[in-house]
Unconditional design. Structure first.
Length: 341
């Protein structure tokens, strides 16, 4: 696994928009404030041509132009790490134009983003053997003040921290809108971790995962080399992390079934499941827990749920492809990375 070099505080952040750009509020103002804050920290910035674009369908620009930006910035001299402007809807359509062969040969750089950016954070690991961060997108860094999860994400990129802990409160309803673009996370809900079976957990393995909305779309496509990746690292085992955005409870169940029957989970050591956007939903007697655990119980490994992963902020930075030790006791969860393997 290729682990990119960590950046220092005088490094250059490349800002790209392979999914949505920051052309409308509240993202535009938040993105501009994020740039201000990064510059004050000492970073230089290199903005890709699509950062403020909004002419695409479900993404910032045409699939060709979005992919061209990615191909260019992974090879661009002087750019030390890449952060995606935001999530979106149809980033999958850029994949036909991304030169994954070239990305696998280039000196690796950190790429960070989540949601629709699963299309890159997941494939960088499984196609290019390059670690990538499932973490906040650029506009989030414009909030005032920063939530500690944003500092965690930056500390990871800078190599200042390799151990991360979950957060005591989470956001059920965001107050950020067009009139309040710099609003911080509105954390009001107490973190409660659900474990199946209900006991303390220690997991060791390589992290892999992302947004189910995107992963189910990749399964069975020509970009699906997940089984080969899992076989390659079967001696380490795979710690899967999954979360959902637009999927309802039945969609989540169908998505887990699909990945299961595609053979993705054959070398699973455990599952880390984020709070879904449909948190608390029930349909036909099915809730968010049974939607997952009924199917994953056959692997006889721990399943941890309602974690700080994904769309219901805050989120821990998760590194696809990296070896990690996960410990969960009570309402506490920690992830210790080993970036040497």
């Amino acid at each position: 696994m290729r682990i990119p070099e960590f950046i220092d505080q005088t490094g250059c952040l490349g800002l790209v928009a392979p999914s949505y750009g920051c052309n409308i509020e509240p993202y535009k103002t938040a993105f501009q404030n994020a740039q201000k804050k990064w510059k004050e920290m000492g970073f230089s910035l290199d903005l890709g041509p699509n950062c403020y674009a909004g002419s695409g369908i479900g993404i910032s620009n045409t699939p060709q132009k979005c992919a061209g930006e990615i191909n260019s910035y992974f090879s661009k001299a002087g750019v030390d790490a890449l952060i995606s402007c935001g999530g979106g809807e149809l980033m999958c359509e850029i994949l036909d134009y991304v030169d994954f062969g070239k990305l696998a040969e280039e000196e690796p750089k950190w790429f960070m983003g989540y949601s629709d950016n699963t299309n890159l954070t997941f494939l960088l690991a499984t196609l290019c053997d390059t670690a990538a961060v499932y973490g906040p997108c650029a506009a989030a860094f414009g909030m005032e003040p920063w939530h500690s999860s944003l500092q965690d994400a930056m500390d990871l990129l800078m190599g200042k921290k390799d151990r991360f802990e979950n957060y005591s409160l989470w956001e059920k309803t965001s107050l950020k809108d067009e009139a309040h673009p710099l609003e911080p996370y509105h954390v009001t809900e107490k973190t409660v971790i659900r474990r199946f079976p209900d006991q303390d957990v220690v997991l060791e393995g390589r992290l892999l995962g992302g947004c189910l909305d995107c992963l189910r779309n990749l399964a069975g496509s020509e970009y699906d080399r997940t089984k080969a990746f899992a076989r390659k690292y079967r001696s380490d085992g795979i710690i899967w992390y999954l979360e959902a955005c637009d999927l309802n409870i039945m969609d989540i169940r169908r998505a887990v079934w699909q990945l299961q029957h595609a053979g993705w989970f054959d070398h699973a050591e455990g599952f880390l499941i984020g709070r879904p956007m449909c948190f608390g939903q029930e349909m036909f007697g099915l809730d968010q827990y049974r939607a997952v655990t009924d199917l994953l119980s056959c692997y006889h490994v721990p399943v941890l749920m309602d974690l700080d992963i994904g769309h219901l902020a805050p989120m821990m930075p998760l590194v696809n492809g990296a070896c990690a030790r996960v410990v969960s006791e009570g309402e506490h969860l920690s992830i210790q990375y080993d970036f040497k393997n």
